[in-house]
Design a protein around this ligand. Structure first.
Ligand code: UDP
Length: 356
């Protein structure tokens, strides 16, 4: 089976249009637009004939994810770190950027942040800045343009919930270590949400917060120093390397395929009933990490064997999304079964790593 991202993009576009979701002629600024999820959003927006402005500094994104969009007349790339200043006057500061040549932005989607636990030890300050200063700067753009503000938050704001908060609803306040190895991400996403509520309250900005649960698929980054569990296991399996399960593998996650995530995000951006809301987009089917390892070994016909390594500090024991709100407000639910999403991701991986 050959895998093609454009088939998935066409499928997302069809699912959106079937429900009347169109961003044609809207001007949408996407921070983090060269990243895994951001670049899928840019692809769909360009397909839908929106004017897509992608702002990124390639911190965890890649030019490869957007290179095919660069010459489109409804796509524009701005190289900038969103946590650095943005000016709207006629001149800008050497560290900042001037956006006064953009007449009207309708929607700001703030998606920029590193998200892999492997990176929390090496880039804690830049992660904190993306979600605090970056969120404030992105909110400033939305305020200047009176634009809708959309923020990609995370299931990490829930930290390590107890069993009676699994699946986790949006109303759960969280159980987060403020000084642990994950706090740069968890707490900055929580602060980002607080910034948004402050701008909503003080400036009457229209805002929406999505809390994204584990999502994987083509374009997810792989690297021993920044890989998430799905790309790590796939890479190990297709190369017959040991599969590194952390702890005893009994911790759970719920995995969503990227197309389902992008459909959920864009439905939420579009839907007026989501204004002022926080909505989980994720899966409610839980798998242990050991189960995931075995499914990936099976799907890749791998000779890899599972080895067990130390469990990272504060690694959440269970994670599953309560998606009642997404079902009710957005008429959204996951469509791609785990194995189908993994098969596509494996195929994409094989194409990327040919000869490696
Ligand atoms: N994990 C693992 N082996 C790896 C990478 C991750 O066992 O090579 C585990 C990790 O400890 C966690 C789960 O897989 O329990 C999901 O990790 P990931 O980094 O994908 O993201 P998280 O859900 O923790 O943010």
């Amino acid at each position: 089976m050959d895998y093609s991202i454009s088939n998935d993009i066409n499928d997302i576009n069809k699912r959106l249009l079937d429900e009347g979701v169109s961003f044609e002629n809207k001007t949408i600024l996407v921070t983090g637009g060269t990243g895994f999820l951001g670049s899928w959003v840019c692809d769909v927006l360009v397909k839908q004939k929106a004017n897509c402005i992608c702002l990124d500094n390639y911190a965890s994104g890649s030019k490869d994810n957007i290179i095919h969009l660069i010459n489109k007349n409804n796509f524009r790339f701005i190289y900038h770190d969103i946590s650095k200043p943005i000016y709207f006057g006629i001149s800008s500061h050497p560290n900042g950027i001037c956006l006064s040549n953009i007449k009207k932005i309708d929607i700001v989607m703030h998606m920029a942040s590193r998200a892999s636990p492997f990176e929390f030890k090496d880039f804690p300050i830049s992660i904190l800045k993306s979600n605090t200063l970056g969120t404030m700067n992105a909110l400033g753009i939305a305020k200047t343009h009176n634009a809708l503000f959309f923020y990609t938050s995370t299931s990490e704001v829930y930290g390590d919930p107890p069993d009676d908060a699994i699946p986790t609803p949006e109303s759960y306040f969280g159980h987060v270590n403020p000084v642990g190895p994950r706090s740069c991400y968890d707490e900055s996403k929580r602060a980002g949400e607080a910034f948004i509520k402050a701008y909503e309250l003080q400036h009457n900005l229209e805002t929406k917060i999505v809390r994204i649960f584990n999502t994987s698929g083509p374009r997810i980054r792989y690297g021993p120093e920044f890989g998430r569990v799905v790309p790590n296991f796939i890479y190990q399996a297709i190369n017959d390397l040991d599969i590194t399960v952390f702890g005893d593998g009994s911790q759970t996650r719920s995995f969503l395929y990227v197309s389902d995530q992008i459909e959920g995000i864009l439905k939420m951006v579009y839907n007026d009933n989501a204004i002022g809301e926080v909505i989980n987009i994720g899966n409610d089917k839980e798998y242990t990490i050991l189960e995931l390892a075995n499914v990936i070994i099976e799907l890749t016909n791998s000779n890899s064997k599972v080895i067990f390594k130390g469990l990272p500090i504060d690694d959440p024991k269970r994670r599953s999304a309560d998606i009642k709100k997404a079902r009710n407000i957005l008429n959204w639910e996951p469509k791609t079964p785990l194995k189908e999403g993994l098969k596509k991701t494996i195929q994409w991986f094989r194409e990327q790593h040919k000869g490696n």
